[in-house]
Write a new protein. Structure first.
Length: 275
């Protein structure tokens, strides 16, 4: 049976230049395909266990968490206004769903860590130094996007929606539909805040350069507003609140992408060897 290996090229007995020494991978023992699957299974089990533990810790506070999530809307409801549940099991299932989603969000650093630990032995030393900061910053940016949506976008959005309610219409938002709505907004802003990571990866992969991205700035700005229109409710306020941070984060990604430009003089010997 042919053995699958993470890295089989061993250059310790061959003369190496300083560049190749810097980018050379750390020697790893051979691993069979079954061993790879076992390691992947173990890491997936750890991730699932982390989510379950977080869910068990959060579920007793599910009602309080939902009240905190609904606070931006409740503050803008008319006096005496409240939310409703139109399904029999919604008072239980909706807070449980919120606790589960929150557990998954909180477990994302652990998910990224195990993904990093699984692929890191197959990367060169220089690649490991570059990839790990991207994983950490991607988690931070995703959480920042969610915080921006909750503390900045929701108050403005719900204030606008309640201000334009036609006369004779009473607002009674269903708790399940509200949860689905805000989760979509959280996900949209979390993904939108990953623009710097996407920009850096494009430059690192050699698809473009920081100079080329600067030249395409007008198209990027228009694209940010189009994405904002598609990912947010149909109002100009939400669209602008998503488009402007995306534009700013694009500029930030272009700035940091200079550190990830591939060196043309990088020796061919630094590339992975054939199996």
């Amino acid at each position: 049976m042919r053995r699958a290996r993470r890295r089989v090229t061993r250059m310790s007995d061959q003369p190496r230049s300083p560049d190749s020494k810097e980018d050379d991978a750390v020697d790893q023992a051979e691993m069979t395909f079954v061993e790879h699957l076992i390691e992947l299974r173990d890491r997936l089990l750890k991730v699932v266990l982390t989510v379950v533990v977080l869910l068990l810790a959060l579920f007793p506070f599910a009602s309080e968490l939902y009240h905190w999530l609904a606070a931006p809307l409740l503050r803008h409801l008319p006096e005496g206004g409240t939310m409703i549940a139109t399904e029999v099991a919604a008072p239980f299932l909706t807070p449980f769903k919120l606790a589960l989603v929150l557990a998954i969000f909180l477990a994302m650093p652990m998910v990224l860590y195990h993904a990093w630990a699984f692929v890191a032995p197959g990367l060169y030393r220089r690649e490991r130094r570059l990839v790990f900061p991207l994983l950490v910053s991607s988690s931070v940016l995703f959480y920042l996007g969610m915080a921006f949506a909750y503390y900045v976008v929701f108050p403005i959005m719900f204030g606008f929606f309640n201000a334009v309610v036609p006369d004779g219409v009473e607002i009674m938002t269903d708790i399940s539909r509200y949860l689905d709505f805000v989760l979509k907004i959280f996900f949209a802003f979390g993904i939108a805040f990953e623009v710097p990571i996407a920009t850096i990866l494009l430059v690192w992969a050699g698809f473009t350069t920081p100079e080329a991205l600067r030249q395409k700035r007008p198209y990027i700005i228009v694209g940010a507003f189009v994405v904002g229109m598609l990912l947010t409710p149909p109002d100009a306020i939400s669209q602008t609140l998503l488009a402007l941070p995306m534009w700013a984060l694009f500029e930030l990604g272009v700035l940091f992408s200079k550190l990830y430009v591939r060196r043309e003089e990088e020796p061919a010997s630094a590339a992975p060897g054939p199996d």
